[in-house]
Design a protein around this ligand. Structure first.
Ligand code: MF3
Ligand code: CO
Length: 278
């Protein structure tokens, strides 16, 4: 079923998306544990490949972009260190203590997609970088909590923007990359911008599934793509953080598909009940 180009999922289909979401959560946890000083980005990507293989899942990242004329994406995860905003390629770069590393990972199970990202600290990290990641994570959860009462996409975008602006940290919101619908493809309608006005945009109704993904920088949010046509870095060299989850809207509430607890803890802290997924 679809509505204005938005694919609406049945509860049974959302239960299938949960299976992909759990693989994504597992992969991120294992890759995060592997993100230690001395590890190469390629080694971390290999951990993600193993998790996909063990669960009989496939990658929605590997080979991505070829159909639009980009070089096919060479990894199963985007691994973005420090001033890399998104789409860092898992190469032979070695992590060092003090780095922050954003890992964006996806999985497909029986045709249904999951997509999520977390920013990890490598050893002792300076306070400002830690705060950047915390503010980004909090903006993600405030955005997710807003899905429960949102009537339109703009209500979610506005909640993310407000969360960032009231954080007390001077940060930039990256505008070029947005959240998105997710389902039988990784990227579907609608876009979910990380700032915007309430009461605008597509309607939020049961069956809508969204990947929400704020990306913040410690300096200017201005960014540029490198010659490899993937790696995106800040123009001023400031650090970036990226947190993402895939979320489903059901008749009795929302469910965070890419969190082991379905979002129960963070949503309870925000007074939002989670849906039952049978
Ligand atoms: N998962 C990213 C997003 O959050 C996109 C990954 S691009 C890819 O939308 F090429 F790596 F797949
Ligand atoms: Co995404």
């Amino acid at each position: 079923m679809s509505r204005h180009g938005i694919q609406l999922k049945t509860p049974a289909q959302i239960a299938m998306m949960r299976r992909a979401g759990l693989v994504v959560a597992k992969g991120l946890a294992e890759m995060g544990a592997a993100a230690v000083a001395g590890a190469t980005l390629a080694e971390i990507d290999a951990v993600g490949r193993d998790v996909l293989a063990v669960h009989g899942a496939t990658s929605n990242f590997l080979g991505y972009g070829a159909e639009w004329g980009y070089p096919p994406y060479p990894g199963v995860a985007c691994i973005s260190v420090n001033e890399v905003v998104v789409h860092g390629i898992p190469d032979q770069r070695r992590l060092v203590a003090g780095d922050i590393v954003s890992i964006d990972f996806g999985a497909v199970v029986d045709g249904w997609h999951g997509d999520a990202a977390r920013t990890f600290m490598v050893g002792e990290v300076d306070d400002e970088s830690r705060r950047l990641s915390e503010v980004t994570r909090n903006a993600l959860w405030d955005g997710i909590a807003a899905v429960a009462s949102a009537k339109r996409v703009g209500d979610i975008s506005h909640a993310i923007q407000r969360s960032v602006e009231t954080s007390g940290l001077q940060v930039g919101i990256v505008r070029e990359y947005t959240g998105h619908g997710i389902g039988t493809e990784m990227h579907q309608e609608p876009d979910v911008p990380n700032s915007g006005r309430p009461h605008r945009g597509a309607r939020i109704v049961p069956g809508v599934c969204l990947a929400i993904e704020p990306i913040l920088t410690l300096g200017s949010p201005e960014n540029v793509e490198l010659d490899d046509e993937w790696t995106v870095v800040t123009c001023d060299g400031s650090r970036a953080a990226h947190w993402e989850n895939s979320v489903a809207v059901l008749a009795d509430g929302i469910f965070v598909l890419t969190e082991p607890d379905g979002g129960a803890a963070e949503l309870a802290a925000r007074g939002v009940r989670i849906a039952s997924l049978d």
